[in-house]
Design a protein around this ligand. Structure first.
Ligand code: PMP
Length: 305
């Protein structure tokens, strides 16, 4: 990813893509203490627009607050950098990655007196779990790795180090011939995917785990809104893995994964084994909103130009 044309924002300046480098003794590189976001910009009739930009920036600041990192820029500056990361790289649709990380002033774990750097990059990134899987659904495997325990790392923070657990889980799932992992919490209840929130559908109602050990997903919240506005009930509750096995439908939500149907979990077919009708409806509404094809919720979109 390092060898391409374009620019990356670092601490208020635009650097040529290939020159956007850090020192080998960068603290975050060693210990994973940083916070980041993932957003998408979509093509709309008025050019590219970022979906729920300020909500992501707000979460970045909440993550930094939890990790006691002081971001040396205000939200308006970061929002502008994210818009410009799309426009300056001439992208009509994009995945956007802001990250706050510690510098190389020292290696102590206390991270005292370290400079907080902020970067923003944007590039084109298609369907995270495969374009054909958006209709067909994915194969999922329950992970042998327990989701991050709530008092071990901070689950409300989108913190770099939290993703060690995700990477172990997704690598195990892919090694086993699946597309994604489903992680359970330390008590054995369903938490989330490696980078997605999870929903099941049963008898016309949507269920999703509460947020004890899952990230507070912005797509999850978007799906709540869209579902309720379309007469669907959404219930947050503890979910067991066998509730997923007997669900009529299941799907993952996330900025990267968007709304991805799940067709199989641990070798059990979910529902009819493809994209169920409620998943299809929500997925289609989601794509309408992100592309600005509906008149309501235009405030979810920030034009980049
Ligand atoms: N859970 C985890 C662990 C994630 O990494 C993500 C992606 N940010 C999500 C859930 C979904 O969050 P969002 O919808 O805000 O992208």
């Amino acid at each position: 990813m390092d060898d391409r044309d374009g620019v990356i924002w670092l601490d208020g300046e635009w650097l040529p893509w290939r020159d956007a480098k850090v020192h080998l003794l960068t603290h975050t590189l060693h210990y994973g203490c940083g916070v980041f976001e993932g957003l998408r910009a979509y093509k709309t009739d008025h050019g590219a627009a970022i979906f729920r930009l300020r909500d992501h920036t707000d979460r970045l600041f909440r993550s930094a607050h939890i990790m006691c990192m002081k971001i040396p820029f205000d939200k308006d500056i970061l929002d502008r950098a994210q818009c410009e990361a799309v426009s300056r790289n001439n992208l009509s649709s994009a995945y956007i990655r802001p990250m706050c990380f510690y510098g190389s002033e020292g290696m102590g774990l206390h991270a005292k007196g370290l400079k907080v750097h902020v970067m923003v990059a944007a590039w084109e990134w298609g369907s995270y779990l495969g374009a054909e899987n958006m209709a067909r659904g994915i194969k999922v495997r329950t992970s042998s790795y327990t989701r991050n325990y709530v008092n071990s790392v901070m689950c409300k923070a989108k913190a770099n180090g939290n993703y060690l657990n995700s990477i172990l889980a997704v690598q195990e799932a892919v090694e086993a011939g699946c597309d994604e992992a489903l992680l359970l919490d330390h008590e054995g209840y369903v938490a989330e995917g490696s980078g997605e929130n999870v929903f099941i559908v049963r008898r016309g109602k949507l269920y999703t785990p509460d947020l004890t050990s899952a990230l507070e997903g912005i797509t999850r919240e978007t799906v709540f809104t869209i579902a309720r506005e379309n007469g669907l009930e959404v219930v947050e509750k503890r979910i067991t893995r066998d509730e997923v096995y007997v669900a009529d439908e299941a799907f993952f939500t996330g900025t990267a994964a968007e709304v991805t149907p799940i067709r199989e979990v641990d070798g059990r077919t979910i529902g009819e084994g493809g994209r169920g009708p409620i998943t299809e409806k929500l997925q289609s509404l989601y794509f309408d909103y992100v592309h600005g094809r509906r008149n309501d919720h235009q405030d979810w979109l920030s034009r980049v130009g």
